[in-house]
Design a protein. Structure first.
Length: 435
């Protein structure tokens, strides 16, 4: 405020909003205090802005403090403030608090809006309270509350994530009955859910329906179909769809190529994967770190370490930052070649770059140390895993039990380990990237 510009409440509001949108709470609150210091009285808009920023960063005690401060200063709360509080409580999974705020709204003479209902429904579903969410939705339907495609999409998406596809389809049918036209996001969610439930014929039927009757499919639709086919081990179908789409701008993107490359690699068709990768290099889209990681993993699995490291170096030269998945692939590949020292160097290189190894990265190295008879190294790494706060999963626990580094009151868990394929750690890791 020392550049000759006369401050106003509008300027302060914009500055506070800018700082909070950037996640800079400290400067946002400082600007709020500076506004008061210069004699400007914050209005409901300013309080709403600062509360929204605090709630997005789940600083709920501070958000409540500003809410009651506004009320005590005679400022009538608006729906934006209440929506922010509900959203904040939903983010921290404290749904009882969110519901209490919702119940408080009408006591201030304010009517909940679409945002209020959407946020609360999403929160219930993300907290796995689907029964409450459905009861709340049907109550809204009963009293004639305004419902739009966004709230339906949130409900169907949430139910699908909870594997309640039956309820999701019921909501989908209600949309048509009350005259709300589903958008492509709703169809994409349902197609994805059908594939996850291994009901491919319904996914395909829904896809064909939108091709004929609309809405216009987007790149997410096509990627969902291609990914779904690949998940059902129908790579040929996925490739056929890609061949139809590739000449139309906007129908394919880096995810399309990466999913197909990953599928080729999983089937051991590295030449096909490499050919598709070359297409990306020649005409786009630009391969990302996941694309590179899929191909690097395939090279390691085919004992082609030279190409694996060449591609890894190429990735670094392009300025792509390896993820913990990338490092896990390198560690796994080196361990399987018996190159434990090199694998350890890669592991600690990830740490030096500020990446926290997950249970998969730890598990690969611990398992390899155990197989090599280096139990002290395995135990040391296990202790570091605990120090870093990494959750011990059942597979790592099985490894430790088998090699008598961890006691168990249960029956011997080593059978679980013996049944695992060597690539199980990386299989879980790579699958996470396409969910």
């Amino acid at each position: 405020m020392k550049v000759g510009i006369k401050p106003s409440i509008v300027i302060y509001s914009c500055l506070i909003d800018g700082f909070l949108q950037a996640g800079n709470l400290k400067d946002g609150i400082f600007m709020f205090k500076d506004m008061e210091k210069n004699g400007f009285i914050p209005d409901a808009t300013v309080y709403g802005i600062i509360m929204n920023g605090l709630c997005k960063q789940v600083q709920m005690s501070d958000a409540l403090m500003f809410f009651y401060r506004a009320v005590n200063n005679g400022i009538a709360p608006n729906i934006y403030m209440f929506n922010s509080l509900i959203d904040g409580w939903c983010r921290v999974k404290k749904m009882n608090n969110a519901i209490k705020v919702y119940m408080l709204i009408r006591s201030y003479g304010i009517k909940p809006d679409l945002v209020t209902h959407t946020v609360l429904l999403k929160g219930m579903l993300e907290s796995s309270r689907s029964t409450e969410a459905l009861c709340f939705f049907f109550q809204l339907l009963k009293v004639g509350s305004s419902l739009d495609v966004v709230i339906f999409c949130a409900l169907i998406n949430g139910l699908s994530k909870l594997k309640n596809l039956t309820a999701g389809l019921r909501i989908f049918n209600i949309m048509f009955k009350i005259g709300v036209n589903p958008d492509i996001a709703v169809f994409n969610t349902l197609i994805n859910s059908f594939f996850k439930e291994c009901q491919m014929r319904y996914a395909v039927a829904l896809f064909r329906q939108i091709l004929v009757h609309g809405p216009e499919p987007d790149v997410v639709t096509f990627n969902t179909m291609i990914c779904g086919y690949c998940s059902m081990n129908m790579l040929q179908k996925a490739v056929q769809l890609y061949e139809v789409l590739k000449h139309k701008p906007g129908n394919v993107n880096v995810i399309t190529f990466t999913v197909l490359i990953d599928a080729y690699c999983k089937e051991g068709k590295i030449d096909n994967a490499r050919s598709l990768f070359s297409v990306m290099l020649e005409s786009g889209p630009t391969p990302n770190v996941v694309t590179h990681s899929c191909l690097i993993d395939a090279y390691f699995k085919s004992c082609d370490m030279e190409n694996a490291f060449e591609l890894y170096e190429d990735m670094l030269q392009k300025g792509l930052s390896p993820t913990i998945v990338s490092y896990s692939i390198l560690i796994d590949g080196l361990c399987k070649r018996g190159l434990m020292e090199e694998a350890s160097v890669v592991f600690y290189s990830a740490l030096s770059r500020g990446l926290m190894p997950d249970t998969i990265a730890y598990g690969i190295l611990i398992h390899s140390y155990c197989k090599a008879g280096r139990l002290e190294n395995a135990l040391s790494l296990y202790n570091k895993m605990l120090e870093d706060g990494v959750v011990l999963d059942s597979i790592v626990q099985s490894i430790l039990v088998k090699y008598k580094l961890l006691n168990s009151n249960r029956e011997d868990q080593s059978t679980q380990l013996d049944a695992m394929e060597d690539g199980s750690f990386l299989y879980r890791t790579l699958n996470c990237q396409f969910k």
